[in-house]
Design a binder for this molecule. Structure first.
Ligand SMILES: Nc1nc2c(ncn2[C@@H]2O[C@H](COP(=O)(O)OP(=O)(O)OP(=O)(O)O)[C@@H](O)[C@H]2O)c(=O)[nH]1
Length: 386
């Protein structure tokens, strides 16, 4: 049995970060299987930007899962994350917890929420694993600009271990450059190149000595006892440092968080920030600035569409849509399909959904025209099938 996971000790918590479509769920499924084979009981906190938990469909249905939908875990639901963790621990007594954040999340806020919760619950943050899409990063690095690039950089800088995934989509020269780039951005985290996140999972779970968090000093001392340490300096250069942050014990979930921009607006941020609260955190620059541009369009199908027409539509998605996924019934196939699109690559898999799942597709991107997508899909639905 994994020595780090022993009953009656703190419950280890792993955070899975990485840009949209980088391979987090692919890794999550393998980790769950790995822990189950060791006789452990994993629990999952899953966060999606869309209104439906599509990723949950590919996770073993016997695994306790808390869903946080419709918002980014690092923003509005931060206080809720503490609550969800506490509830999972109390109701499920898992041996290990894994949190998969939306690909648009800034992991620093999640780190804060976890370390904060660990002040009053027997949980312990073990590592922050960031999955990087090699081809996507390579493309963005050439441009060296854009919000997505900045967000990816943040996710990489805050990691305690980096999976450089999808290396099947880059050549050797690009791979070498990417390794150098990751080492430059985050000198602390080991870099593990992978295809489909295939890696020695024991090695992965044990690598990455330092979690580059923004936890308070006392928090840092708390974690030293377990051989891990929380590292506060690494992120300071790119706006992840929040200064001191502690919730009083009578307000353990710390639901006191302000996310407003200096002008009080949130741009195109898809999240609902109505429950803003004041907080003493020093956000400089704004920690969410990097993903406020992310938009989500969820389309519920009213009729089955032709599979080839749909594939052709997906292959012509605008460049600003960088992630799409859904569950579909096609007019010309017997089975239902799980479809995915990430950085210009699409994937279709037969699926028998768990429970009553509508025909739905979620599109995530940067300032794209939702009306165009909607009208194209309505046109596909309108085609009469014989
Ligand atoms: N070519 C290639 N595709 C991969 C690899 N790993 C994962 N994929 C595919 O990339 C797509 C996205 O993978 P996911 O694991 O769902 O990504 P994710 O990070 O969970 O996505 P979000 O939750 O939407 O952010 C899927 O179609 C995977 O099959 C890889 O190493 N190479």
């Amino acid at each position: 049995m994994n020595e780090t996971i022993v009953k009656n000790h703190s419950i280890p918590v792993y955070i899975l970060s990485g840009f949209l479509g980088s391979g987090k769920t692919t890794l999550l499924v393998q980790l769950i299987e790995h822990w189950k084979q060791q006789g452990l009981r994993p629990a999952v906190v899953m966060n999606e930007l869309g209104e439906v938990n599509l990723d949950g469909q590919v996770v073993d249905s016997s695994v306790p899962m808390t869903e946080m939908l419709g918002g980014c875990i690092c923003c509005t639901v931060r206080g809720d994350l503490g609550l969800q963790l506490a509830e999972l621990v109390q109701t499920e007594s898992p041996d290990v917890i894994i949190i998969e954040a939306t690909g648009a999340a800034n992991p620093m806020e999640i780190l804060d929420a976890v370390t904060e919760t660990s002040l009053y619950m027997r949980i312990e943050l073990k590592s922050l694993i960031t999955v990087v899409d090699a081809a996507h990063l390579s493309g963005l690095y050439l441009e060296q600009k854009g919000q997505t690039y900045k967000l990816m950089q943040e996710q990489i800088r805050c990691a305690s271990v980096l999976l450089l995934n999808k290396i099947d989509r880059v050549n050797e020269q690009e791979l070498d450059s990417l390794k150098q780039l990751l080492a430059k951005w985050n000198a602390f985290a080991p870099v593990i190149p992978t295809v489909k996140c295939e890696v020695d999972l024991d090695m992965l779970l044990q690598s990455g000595a330092a979690v580059h968090g923004s936890a308070s000093r006392s928090e840092s001392e708390h974690h030293h006892s377990e051989g891990q340490h929380v590292h506060t300096e690494a992120c300071a250069t790119h706006g992840c440092t929040h200064g001191q942050h502690k919730s009083p014990p009578d307000n353990p979930v710390g639901h006191d968080h302000s996310h407003e921009d200096s002008d009080g607006s949130h741009g195109d941020h898809p999240h609902d920030h109505n429950d803003e609260h004041k907080h003493g955190i020093n956000h400089q620059p704004h920690p969410h600035a990097s993903h406020e541009h992310v938009m989500v369009y969820t389309h519920y199908f009213s009729a089955p569409v032709n599979s080839e027409a749909f594939e052709s539509f997906v292959s012509q998605l605008p460049r600003d849509v960088y992630r799409a996924k859904g569950i579909l019934t096609f007019s010309d196939t017997a089975s239902r399909f799980w479809f995915q699109y990430a950085y210009r690559e699409s994937d279709y898999m037969k699926i028998t959904p768990q429970g009553d799942v509508p025909n739905v597709a979620v599109f995530i991107g940067e300032h794209f025209d939702q009306t165009i997508i909607r009208n194209q899909l309505l046109a596909l639905e309108a085609v009469k099938t014989v």
